[in-house]
Write a protein that binds this ligand. Sequence first.
Ligand code: CA
Length: 664
Amino acid sequence: MEHTIDRQTNVDLDHVAYHGKDLGVTFKSELIRLRVWSPVAEQMTVKLYRTARARKFDRIELERAEKGTWMVELDRAQFEGQFYVFEAIVDGKRIESLDPYAKVVGVNGKRGCLLDPSSINPDHWVKERPLFHSSQEAVIYEAHVRDLTSHPDGGVMHRGKFLGMTEAGTKTKNGYPTALDYITALGVTHLQLMPFFDYGSVNESRESESNYNWGYDPVHYFAVEGSYASTADDPAARILELKAMVQALHDRGIRVIMDVVFNHTYDALTTPLGQFVPDYYYRLNEDGTLADGSECGNDTASERAMMRKLIVECVSYWAKEFMIDGFRFDLMGLHDVKTMNQVRKALDRIDPSILVTGEGWDLDTPLAVRKKANQHNAHKMPRIAQFNDAIRDGIRGDVFIEDLPGWISGNLDVTADVKRGIAGAVTSQSFADEPNQVVNYVECHDNLTLWDKLAAASPDDNETTRRRRHRLATTIVLLSQGIPFLHSGQEFFRTKDGDENSFKSGEVINRLDWTQAEQETPSVEYVKGLINLRKQYPLFRLENTEQIRKHLRFFDEEEGVIAYELHRHVEGYVERHLVYHNGLEVAVDVKLPAGKFEVHVEDHTVNLTAPRLVEDRHLTVAPLSTLVVTERRPDYSKYAVAGGAALAILGLWYVAKKRKNKQG
Ligand code: CA
């Protein structure tokens, strides 16, 4: 989008930044306060409507207040529940818009509603997070609200809605669990939902299969998207129903990560950020055009005081009001380091177990290199996890070169990238200082699904081989150090028929097909087993780099096999796991060291409850598969140390005695 500035811009207004906490609408016992920041407006009024569609309105003027804000207090008894929109004169032009802090909105976010979100709660609303200690315990599962429940064979009543994910006991015709029950059984700890703040690309007043979007086009950052509510007409419904969904997931022990897209907006001119303080919230190129590192038409300017404040206050609001348990920052590399650290700090004050992840790509936006919140600056952003594109592309092959194969398709040039990811990307050639700064993955909503990528990169495979490569990829991710991430349906070979950017391709191409999950039960069970293995043994999710250096060791097997050992002494036991990822299309013989090993993972099956014992030390790793063997035995080394010490003392005593005898 071309947008040339032909006048003085407003980018330098930080000196009138407002530091109060009451931007937007705040509720006092008898008053409703409205406050809007616009140092450049010449006039500000609010138009108040009795109903969502009323044409008649009352107009009330806002007064100039401190630091470039405009303020008015309304009688709560009279105006609560009414709809509103602001009207201002800016640069001599009359502008009508909501402010950037609108929390309760009507259809398509055209009007706000004077309701207090904290008073809109489902009957069952506990406001407690499921137990969770450190980020490496997370297994993230990414999905789109609508995709989860829109399939007609999923047995869900509220298809495509927040409420669909509150339904228990949903199943396919054959009784296979779907949606909430399915995800609960899978054992993932976090459900990451693609944008559900209010976005612009779906018409909320018209439902159809093709009226669909992923939602990476924010309009109202503080408001809930209306198309996921049972009705977009009632502004309270979307709030109530989102909370009901979060509660249903929390009741199952599943935490919720919100995908946030602060880096750009639906449109730089017509969304609230572009209205009352034109240009301020956006980065401009030297020629005055909008920066576009996002490739979505504009980049917001997180480094400016009021944009930074908005981001920090917004995530805090979602975390407190909706009990959101994590935030995934879309194109985080467009933001600045200081903002991301302030986000981390603000969330720590609410609950340090809230996750922060982001896409730390190196993007072309006018921001100093040292300030960009990307992989190069990971060391400046502790406890913020970044997506590891190196392991992704290493395992599956480059996402931008469709036919370039990855390690699972025989490309051994990228072996080092895969190994670095397995070690949590904390080696000197990787970006992270600690494993809690790394999200390992091989598939997400972007680009081809892994299944479709394999079709492009290894077109001559039969289906059996393709399934084997696919499961091998998922295994590597789930057994790597750091935070593992699965794209929904990855566990049952999700396909989008080769559509590499299905953001508006409609419901049919995007929805999760639960009948396919049912057909691929062995694969789903395998992934469940791997998640359980990871949960059962802390060695697969070590807490810091020091532990990874101490407990993880790669060893050589034949080329095309990645082998490593996880090893530790704990509570009187020695525990060790040997992991062999066989990327070859032939079986590989391996010889185990001396010890009593149990086979936990073998040829795409996991057995934790009754694993078979290894009879002799020779095992075969099936083609394109993973072998994990585990030994757990009492730790005699302590006794050895104690015994050694006792012998030494005895020896000294003997020597001393002899000397004494000599002297005597
Ligand atoms: Ca919307």
